[in-house]
Design a protein around this ligand. Structure first.
Ligand SMILES: N[C@@H](CCC(=O)N[C@@H](CS)C(=O)NCC(=O)O)C(=O)O
Length: 194
């Protein structure tokens, strides 16, 4: 398997998942502005979508879209997924929320935008984190072990930290617990974040 990633991009969730699973994999860094890969190639040669994450499977199939990649990883390494009859769907529900609500809300923070757009984004992001905090009584979203949804949420919590957005004690606690995990430290070291 080979993961194409960019430091602190949403592909960090997949990077963490692979290291948490403890499986061998290759990875290659991509410059998102130029689409140049560390080896010198162009990301468009791997996928015409031109964004990360991209996971190339051992059979050569190219998998894109974070929800699909993370769900596929959880299907291969069940310790990264949910449990019980609705387990997979609760994790997918959380992945979709993180992707289509939280991740999308950060766009004005990363791209050219007005002060008003950024202020609105900060409010919306805060509401989404508060929603996830409600009733969160366990260390991670689905119990005492993290799932792929926690890995994606963690990236959003790192983005909140980067942009100085306050989060609830529950979200701050989840972020701190994630940061303390050896696989998370390794992923962040590999990406040059620590
Ligand atoms: N729909 C994609 C979006 C992924 C995405 O937004 N990737 C960002 C990094 S977090 C990216 O590569 N942006 C560069 C670009 O779109 O040119 C997914 O859910 O995987």
């Amino acid at each position: 398997m080979k993961l194409y990633y960019s430091p602190l991009a949403c592909s960090l969730a997949d990077h963490i998942a692979l290291l948490e699973a403890g499986v061998p994999f290759d990875s290659e860094r991509v410059d998102l502005k130029t689409k140049r890969m560390a080896s010198g190639g162009d990301l468009h040669d791997i996928t015409p979508k031109g964004y990360v994450p991209v996971l190339v499977l051992d059979g050569g199939e190219v998998l894109t879209e974070n929800i699909a990649i993370l769900d596929w990883l959880a299907s291969q390494y069940p310790q990264l997924g949910g449990t019980g009859p609705l387990g997979r769907f609760r994790v997918l529900e959380a992945l979709a929320f993180v992707s289509t609500e939280l991740h999308r809300s950060f766009k004005p923070m990363w791209h050219a935008s007005t002060d008003a757009e950024r202020a609105k984004a900060v409010r919306t992001i805060g509401e989404h984190f508060d929603f996830l905090s409600q009733g969160l009584a366990t260390d991670y979203l689905f119990g005492e072990n993290p799932s792929v949804a926690d890995f994606y949420l963690f990236v959003m919590l790192l983005w909140a930290e980067k942009f100085g957005i306050d989060v609830s004690p529950q979200m701050a606690g989840l972020r701190a617990r994630m940061k303390a995990r050896p696989a998370v430290r390794r992923a962040m070291e590999n990406e040059g974040l620590i």
